[in-house]
Design a protein around this ligand. Sequence first.
Ligand code: N2P
Length: 357
Amino acid sequence: MKQLVRMFATVIVVALGLMYLTSYLNSSEGYTGGNTLTIYNWGDYIDPELLDRFEEETGIKVIYQTFDSNEAMMTKIEQGGTTFDVSIPSEYAISKMKEEDLLIPLDHSKIPNLKHIDENFLNLSFDPDNAYSIPYFWGTVGIVYNPELVDGIAFTSWDDLWDERLRNQILLLDGAREVIGMGLNSLHYSLNDTDEAHLQEAKAKLGTLTPNVKAIVGDEIKMLLAGEEAAVGLVWSGDASEIMGENEKLDYVVPQEGSNLWFDNMVIPKTASNIDGAHQFINFMLDPEVAAQNTEYVGYSTPNKDALALLPEDISGDERFYPSEELTSKLEVYDNLGKKMLAHYNELFLEFKMHSK
Ligand code: N2P
């Protein structure tokens, strides 16, 4: 009899354990009931204190997950089985997600703080009338470098990356559009080029960069560059500003052939289960004081004009991160090149990655 009781107790304990484990695993994948909000954002792209503040103000519990590329984020949302309520894709990804019916139209009456966004960032071609997306941050792609380690190279041209004095000194951000786009730009082609001969030319040229490439990395690129583990990095502007905050010797430049201008916007994916909470979160992030705090924390450029007015002049007046119209006119926004062409860019990038160790 005793043995039977013990067996029974063991079964109960194991069952409870399994139930707990399943609910833990589910919640970390974004499957939860109750008043929760699942946010799917880029890594290092929000001041975590603001998440606490949002929870306190609204009583909504935030579940937070990150991605490191538009491609990874889209794949996860397309696959389904998740309940992401808010995500923050870049413009070409938003256009593609709209096409694939992966986004929920926004209710602007629930986003009164939209009035704080600078008009220049509204109604852009990837989402006329901001029917599906609300500006979060924007920026460029460029080169961060340590003047003490590069022997006078000024990086006015992308071709400077190929200088043989930079053997094993370059870190590249792990992004297909960014790296292939840089290869195309270095040949004076558009970073939206779809001509196969040009793409092959860019791939061949990138192949010759590999002796200079130390590694292709994710968010750790900031730590490595600030710690002077490499002299040069291909980075997003906000990462550069954060790196330069850590190590004042470094500088950021956008080469003169031109580069990428990007816009990341908040969206509500079709996977959402808390649409009302998602609107509350979007509106919260647009509050000028919240947006200013977030901007200071992450180092990216804010599209929120009333937040910008709250920021110190050394941030809002820094032309490297709030570039002049003259420079901006040389920059290109990524187009949605269509499913097939985007897959082709990914393929070319993977091949390049495989060859650069
Ligand atoms: C932050 C990533 C920025 C995204 N780690 C650039 N679109």
